[in-house]
Design a protein around this ligand. Structure first.
Ligand code: MSP
Length: 508
């Protein structure tokens, strides 16, 4: 079976990573782990987008070469991935030779087949902002101060024929309703495609921007950064190496933020692939933004959350849990430290952490640390196992539909039900009784809690891999590698010696 090829946006090398970058990589990592647990081979790729004006300007400000600046930023992003326990199979940087070769190959091919042409471009240019402006940039009929002197210039550039593919793209989106997810984003793209598509200017004159991939057919120009960046997805799939590329391409899923859906990923990219006679990715998943005081968290607003600080204080799993629990994929979510701390204390500390520690404590105390059999069964046991059947189906379904927040909501509801079950049976009271029946129920209650916790923990694996491991270790099990056959209620832990009591989520 073809491996599941999954990518994220490649981050701009023009600043330090923040919560938005961290979230996207965690989301993709959770999807990659889920696919593996479902039994699929996965190739998961992320990377860094290193060309363009902002990178060049940043390097000039710091008085270093653009490459040196990118190298530093790449280290920063890669070390963030490590701290987040995100493990891509490849990390692609657009300044790598393997990538430049693919960009040049595609450009040459498109140019030779007449998909790229040269034309004169006339427009208003701001030297201070180093960009072309449009009439709509005027305020009260004048160019705003920030643009400095604006002059009308005519310059030659290269254009990619987007326009001629407009009808084809609309048709593709209409006939493939799962191409863009969540489905409501499709309309946004179709709305964008209602206006006539202009051909895309894919070159920048070298005298204005030197930090880019030179056009293979005209050394006076470099490649427009989006045309360069999008190609990373085929470079990393092994374009140019026939058997490797055929194995991985097309991508099964591109995970990106909503800001770069239309036009780059939902318009430029499919058309670039179509023009190059390559197949289209199966799906693009556009997530929402983390906001801070209602505005998109970004380098330019300055209001960013440094994920590393939270990871250092609370651990990577708590951070991963929070972002996956809090955000509905596709919608925006407001970050607040209070909310983070409240989830840490309540869901993680009370519902899950306490469950494990009270269970291990009671098993040690009443059963010498050995998991007992279930000699009797009553209504509460039946109810809990029925609830598991329901939870299992819902969580599975939610994981496959990228509804991770709902999956976690159901899962933690199940953990709370185990706690409620414990309160109902009250093993600590049963332990004080001499009645044979009570002693049997004592065993049953502890065995039931152990099995329920084992099952719930199976679903923590993609989101909280370390906590999953720690719980399974205490239960005498290795980390779960495949969900199949792990999800049925049974008695496989009977007679096992469990580990020592532990605190999963310490409070300073
Ligand atoms: N370099 C381009 C992507 C090229 S892909 C071929 C880019 N880089 S970025 O660094 O600005 O953003 C990288 C990813 O992070 C994007 O998918 C973007 O949507 C996401 N986020 C950046 N800020 C974000 C939030 N505040 N919240 C959630 N994700 C956002 O775009």
């Amino acid at each position: 079976m073809k491996p599941f090829y999954l990518t994220t946006a490649i981050d701009y090398a023009n600043g330090s990573p923040h919560l938005g970058h961290a979230y996207e990589k965690i989301l993709a990592d959770v999807i990659a782990r889920t696919q593996r647990l479902l039994g699929h081979e996965v190739r998961f790729v992320t990377g860094l987008d290193e060309h363009g004006q902002k990178v060049q300007q940043g390097a000039e400000r710091e008085g270093i070469s653009p490459q040196a600046r990118c190298d530093g930023i790449a280290e920063e992003f890669k070390s963030l991935l490590k701290s987040l326990n995100v493990h891509p199979d490849d990390y692609i940087r657009t300044t790598e030779e393997r990538h430049k070769k693919v960009v040049c190959h595609l450009l040459t091919d498109l140019y030779e087949r007449g998909e790229i042409y040269q034309a004169e471009y006339k427009g208003f240019y701001s030297t201070r902002a180093e960009q072309f402006l449009q009439e709509k940039d005027k305020v009260d009929g004048k160019w705003p101060e920030i643009y400095g002197e604006v002059t009308e210039i005519t310059e030659k550039n290269y254009f990619f024929k987007l326009g001629k593919y407009q009808d084809w793209l609309i048709e593709h989106i209409r006939t493939n309703p799962t191409f863009i997810a969540p489905d409501y984003r499709q309309n946004q793209v179709l709305e964008f495609l209602k206006e006539p598509l202009n051909d895309l200017c894919i070159s920048r004159p070298k005298e204005r921007l030197s930090w880019g991939i030179p056009l293979p057919f005209d050394a006076n120009f470099v490649t427009y950064v989006w045309f360069d960046a999008l190609v990373n997805y085929v470079t990393a799939a092994g374009f140019g190496h026939k058997s490797e590329f055929e194995r991985f391409w097309p991508a099964d899923l591109h995970v990106i933020g909503k800001d770069i859906l239309a036009p780059p990923h939902a318009v430029y990219w499919p058309i670039m692939l179509k023009a190059a006679n390559l197949s289209l990715p199966k799906q693009i998943l556009a997530h929402g933004w983390w906001t801070s005081s209602g505005a998109k968290m970004s380098k330019s607003t300055g209001e960013t959350v440094n994920p590393l600080e939270l990871v250092e204080q609370y651990g990577s799993d708590a951070f991963r849990y929070f972002v996956m629990r809090e955000m509905t994929v596709g919608r925006d979510a407001e970050f607040s430290l209070e909310r983070f701390e409240s989830r840490y204390r309540t869901d993680l500390g009370n519902d899950l952490g306490n469950l494990l520690s009270r269970l291990l404590h009671m098993l040690e105390r009443y059963c010498g640390g050995l998991v007992p059999e279930t000699p009797v069964r009553g209504k509460p046991e039946e109810n809990l196992s029925l609830l598991w059947e329901e939870t299992k189906d819902r969580v599975m379904n939610d994981f496959s539909g990228y509804r991770f927040n709902q999956a976690l909501d159901h899962l933690f509801g199940f953990f709370r039900s185990i706690n409620k079950y414990a309160d109902e049976r009250s093993p600590w009271k049963l332990a004080k009784s001499d009645k044979a029946e009570d002693q049997q129920y004592l065993q049953t209650s502890l065995a039931t809690m152990v099995e329920a916790l084992r099952l719930g923990n199976v679903f923590l694996a993609p989101v909280m891999p370390e906590v999953h491991y720690a719980i399974n270790e205490r239960l005498g099990l290795p980390s779960c590698l495949a969900w199949k056959q792990e999800l049925d209620w049974g008695d496989r832990l009977v007679g096992k010696k469990l580990g020592q009591k532990t605190i999963l989520f310490p409070r300073d």
